[in-house]
Design a protein around this ligand. Structure first.
Ligand code: ADP
Ligand code: ASP
Ligand code: MG
Length: 818
């Protein structure tokens, strides 16, 4: 005989009842079947609500009549039921509702709800399911017999959370089945009775356990748990999108997963089945042909980690103090107190010095747990042998489960690294001695992110990058186009890069499924939010994004000033904006400290030399023990272009206008000609190399004479620029006469930074650098006397965006840099 259990989700409507009947009739053609049923979905919750309302003296009439209507509707719609059976079910409904009304009335008057009465009430839904299903199956011509689970399933202990007695159940159930032979038996889940014959429940969600107990008692060939998902998944499918269906699990793995919160199976289900090695299958009523998950002795042993589960709404209690040290029996007193108060304890850790014991209890039972412990240890607390109980509320346990973890190293390391990546603070940890599961206690609010990131790292192998771009000028727009073009490539490489937000100085566009990069301009124009950390942070929390990256493609100081806050809130920051790294030294250090502390990256490769790999190379060398001795370079693409053209005889005013028209300069060319842009780049290099200077300490020789066109707007400035042509032509001619060329050079030497126009001999390496190229010559301890030179286009939207893009991808390797 097989046991088939159908949960509330499989009995939510008459259509579902019919599908269940279909599955059962099909199976009964090959083997005898014992059906175990839950209440129709939601009915047990309504019964709980009714008892709560009555107990509080509140009005319960409306939910009571809703329950009656639900029953009536199911009965009215059920097809093919004989009139006699219909009347029988109707009589059951009438007597249930009438008696329930009386019981609730009594409770309301007495303000008292004894557990044995509550147990009778909460189990009513299962009895209704049995009556309706029996009628339905009989109507389809099946040889069906309903059996009374209250009488036949025996249990001990608490009325609401009893433990089944398989042996006692076997005796009575065998006798009942022998007395009433049938092809299909129908029994209620959840309910049982104690030795005195009083109704006792097997705990919420306990019909799975009922099925297992019945299967073990009748030595069934298999126990099938039919629900609304295709089987057990690698994580709760409601929490994580890309979960994997698990084909096979060992009993131990299933037990750990369900114990630590996988709701698909009641935690007590596996025990009775494992003892007599009955295989268990998790199947989907909505998709009966799917193979489901098979749980047996072997599992499949292949996968290292099978699943991740979480147990939420817990409190962590810590009992500590000198009185615990070396005193025999203290731990047993702690847990005996919990057992007496009927509080289940879900994770225990003890410090190795025996100075403290910590454990989790359901948040709902915290007050009772505290009371029980304070009563148990009253004397010790009074005499300060124990410290006052330490309580951490709103906690959750995240667990990693898999038999294969035993033979492999590094799983725990990856688990904790994943938690760190999700920026989850681990409050306590425990590993079962069989090394089949590792659990971490985390704050409730970080639980979902923790599960998501662990799942990503252990299962999906598709890390995600969640981009928020601020500034969509030339570089920002080009970046979006590049990301759009690269999507297919990234997907192939198993990287999920999504742009969730785009902002300019006025508007902020946020899109839950990612912005459509083909069409972002009109969407941004219509957006009515504004860029702010609070707005972005709210979005990140709501969408449970785990790898948010702020990409700043503005040149605004105001945005740069917010990086520290963004890092603190868990964003990586990627930027070509030079302002942050050239602000005060205090801010410079703070940015790095926050990034380090939050395990977030602050990446700014494109602030010097645009797409050229300058910063990363320099950092790499310095980390490896190199030391910067001197630096010389052409750091401005626009000045490189302008000085190249000057050399060809084009007047300063003409080449500047040309460069401006071609978009090579900043909107105001004075930003380039003043040398400030180069000064900032030089300062970034210097600080990188350990020279802690301020911008004011960089000596700048401007292309423009001091005070030139002061106060003029850009157009007036451009109109006045020809006044400088003559002087420049002469300066150039003088250099030429000596066989030299003029170049705008940034230099670090003897601990000082200097930006100036220099006349270079024709064979100087930088003399040939023009047309917008950059060249950086680094003389270091390792690279001397011939310096290490980097050369290439150092300006332009395409190369700069590509550099930013590559920084964005570097946020994936989240591990801390040295
Ligand atoms: P039933 O009413 O059939 O007893 P439950 O709601 O008790 O169904 O259990 C099934 C639900 O368990 C699924 O719909 C799913 O949302 C949830 N669940 C939680 N964790 C898992 C998991 N690891 N695998 C599958 N389902 C899970
Ligand atoms: N109907 C009961 C409950 O909702 C038992 C079950 O569904 O397993 O808890
Ligand atoms: Mg269930």
């Amino acid at each position: 005989m097989r046991v088939l259990k159908f949960g509330g989700s499989s009995l939510a409507s008459v259509a579902r009842f019919s599908e269940v009947a279909q599955i059962v009739l099909q199976q009964a053609t090959t083997e005898q079947v014992c059906l175990v049923l839950s209440a129709p979905q939601g009915v047990t919750n309504t019964l709980v609500e009714l008892t709560d309302l009555a107990y509080l003296g509140a009005d319960f009439q409306s939910p009571l009549s809703q329950l009656e209507q639900r029953y009536q509707q199911l009965l009215a719609e059920v097809p093919g039921v004989s009139e006699v059976r219909r009347q029988q079910v109707q009589a059951l409904i009438n007597s249930q509702i009438q008696q329930l009304g009386w019981q609730l009335q009594g409770m309301s008057l007495l303000k008292f709800c004894p557990d044995h009465i509550k147990a009778q009430i909460l189990g009513l839904g299962e009895q209704f399911s049995v009556a309706l299903m029996t009628a339905l199956l009989e109507g389809r011509g099946a040889d069906v017999q309903a059996l009374d689970s209250v009488k036949l399933v025996k249990s001990q202990g608490d009325f609401l959370n009893a433990t089944a007695d398989v042996a006692a159940t076997a005796t009575v159930i065998d006798a009942a089945m022998a007395a009433t032979p049938a092809s299909i038996y129908v029994m209620a889940g959840f309910v049982s009775s104690n030795a005195q014959g009083e109704t006792a429940l097997l705990g919420r969600n306990g019909s799975d356990y009922s099925a297992a107990v019945i299967a073990a008692a009748i030595k069934a060939s298999a126990c099938e748990i039919w629900t609304d998902v295709d089987g057990v998944y690698s994580a709760d499918p409601r929490q994580v999108k890309q979960t994997r269906l698990i084909d096979r699990l060992s009993y131990d793995e299933a037990m750990e997963l369900s114990y630590f919160g996988a709701k698909v199976l009641h935690p007590k289900t596996i025990g009775p089945l494992a003892r007599v090695q009955i295989p268990c299958y998790i199947k989907n009523t909505l998709n009966p042909s799917a193979p489901g998950t098979c749980i047996d002795v072997e599992g499949d042993g292949e996968a290292l980690v099978k699943g991740i589960s979480s147990l939420e709404h817990l409190a962590l209690i810590t009992v500590s103090g000198p009185g615990l040290k070396g005193v025999v029996g203290m731990a047993s007193r702690v847990f005996a107190a919990m057992a007496r108060a009927q509080i289940s304890v879900s994770l225990i850790t003890q410090s190795s010095s025996e100075f403290s014991i910590s454990f989790c209890v359901p948040q709902l039972h915290l007050v009772a747990a505290k009371k029980a412990l304070e009563a148990e240890f009253e004397l010790e607390l009074q005499n300060k042998l124990l410290r006052p109980l330490a309580i951490q509320s709103d906690m959750a346990i995240v667990s990693l489960v898999g038999d294969g973890m035993r033979q492999h190293r590094g799983v725990a390391a990856k688990f904790f690294a994943s938690l760190a990546q999700a920026r989850v603070n681990v409050v306590a940890i425990a590993q079962d001695s069989s090394e089949r599961s590792i659990s971490a206690v985390v704050e409730q609010r970080s639980c979902q992110n923790a599960v998501k990131v662990c799942h990503e790292n252990f299962f999906s192998h598709i890390p995600s990058i969640d981009v928020f771009l601020v500034g969509c000028g030339v570089v920002g727009s080009e970046l979006l186009a590049q990301i759009e073009r690269q999507q297919a490539f990234l997907q192939q490489r198993q990287v999920k890069l999504t742009v969730y937000g785009i902002a300019n100085s006025k508007q902020l566009l946020l899109a839950k499924d990612g912005v459509d990069l083909k069409n972002w301009q009109p969407a941004l124009a219509e957006a009515n939010a504004q860029f702010s950390l609070a707005e972005l942070n709210r979005f990140v929390q709501e969408q449970h994004l785990t790898n948010p990256v702020l990409v700043d493609c503005t040149s605004a100081q105001a945005v740069a000033d917010q990086y520290a806050d963004f890092l603190a809130a868990g964003f990586h920051v990627v930027t070509p904006n030079k302002k942050a790294n050239t602000s005060s030294l205090e801010y410079y250090h703070r940015l790095r400290a926050v990034a380090q502390q939050q395990r977030r990256r602050f990446l700014y490769e494109t602030t010097v030399g645009a797409g050229l790999p300058v910063i990363d190379t320099l950092q790499g060398l310095l980390n490896a023990g190199d030391q910067l001795l001197a630096f010389e370079g052409i750091l401005s693409g626009s000045l490189s272009y302008i000085f190249g053209e000057l050399e060809a005889g084009v007047p300063l005013s003409v080449v500047t206008a040309k460069a401006r028209a071609m978009g090579f300069t900043e909107p105001d060319p004075r930003d380039d000609l003043s040398g400030m842009d180069v000064a900032r780049k030089l300062l970034i290099m210097a600080r990188e190399a350990g020279l802690m200077l301020d911008l004011s300490e960089v000596e700048v020789d401007s292309v423009l004479p001091a005070g030139f066109a002061a106060g003029a707007n850009v157009e007036d400035f451009m109109a006045q620029l020809p006044q400088l042509d003559q002087a420049f032509a002469e300066r150039l001619a003088a250099a030429k006469a000596e066989g030299k060329v003029l170049r705008y050079i940034g230099e670090i030497r003897d601990g000082k930074c200097k930006v100036a126009i220099k006349a270079l001999a024709a064979d100087h390496p930088l003399a040939k650098v023009k047309d917008g190229e950059n060249a950086l010559s680094i003389l270091s301890r390792y690279y001397q006397p011939i310096p290490f030179v980097l050369r290439g286009y150092g300006a332009g939207a395409a190369v700069t965006s590509a550099g930013v893009f590559s920084d964005i991808l570097r946020t994936l390797s989240w591990q801390q840099q040295v």
